[in-house]
Design a protein around this ligand. Structure first.
Ligand code: COA
Length: 155
């Protein structure tokens, strides 16, 4: 069955999927209102989701993207990210931003689509989450901010 990607009302955002990308349900709920949510499904199964918030007249931030663990490494995350990039290109966006940890496969996941590192937010994960966050046994301290400038890429 083909992968179907579409915008869904934020009230129907799959929180359990979004928790894979952000361990704080409070934070997810706080940025959901005022954002758009996109879901990727195969038949009746929702396999992935992505939340994007407008930051300025032509700047958007990808707040969260996640694929269900049973469906990871099948290309769905890349398909969803590419779809969202093209959605905002067609809306006239100038740039799409994302914040992520300073290590791990997620960095390559974004950079493959043209995102470039633009700044570092030191101690972001310590200052913004009550509990330490670990990935691959390494504590996350700093957040890298990556930006995709549409003028640098072609559709
Ligand atoms: C990031 C994520 C959305 C990617 O979705 P996906 O469907 O697995 O991505 P793809 O299948 O398109 O794979 C993209 C690349 O990431 C790699 N990858 C995906 N999951 C991985 C994992 N758990 N460990 C190592 N590499 C992984 C894939 O192998 C692939 O690289 P390759 O082309 O060199 O093989 C998904 O792994 C996820 O939900 N992760 C947990 C939440 C998260 O970290 N979100 C991002 C927050 S910044």
């Amino acid at each position: 069955m083909p992968l179907l990607i579409q915008e869904v009302p934020v009230i129907n955002a799959p929180i359990e999927l979004l928790l894979l990308a952000d361990p704080s349900e409070d934070k997810i709920r706080s940025y959901l209102s005022g954002s758009k949510c996109f879901a990727a499904s195969i038949g009746a199964v929702e396999v992935g989701a992505c939340v994007v918030q407008q930051r300025g007249t032509d700047t958007y931030e990808l707040m969260s993207i996640a694929v269900h663990p049973a469906h990871q490494k099948c290309g769905y995350g890349t398909a969803l990210l590419k779809w969202v990039i093209e959605f905002y290109r067609s809306c006239g966006a100038r740039q799409l931003e994302v914040g992520t940890g300073t290590f791990g496969y997620q960095l390559a996941f974004y950079q493959r689509q043209g995102f470039r590192v633009t700044s570092i937010d030191r101690n972001f994960f310590v200052k913004n989450y009550p509990e330490p966050i670990f990935e691959d046994g390494i504590q996350l301290f700093d957040m890298l901010r990556l930006t995709l400038r549409y003028s640098d890429t072609t559709a």
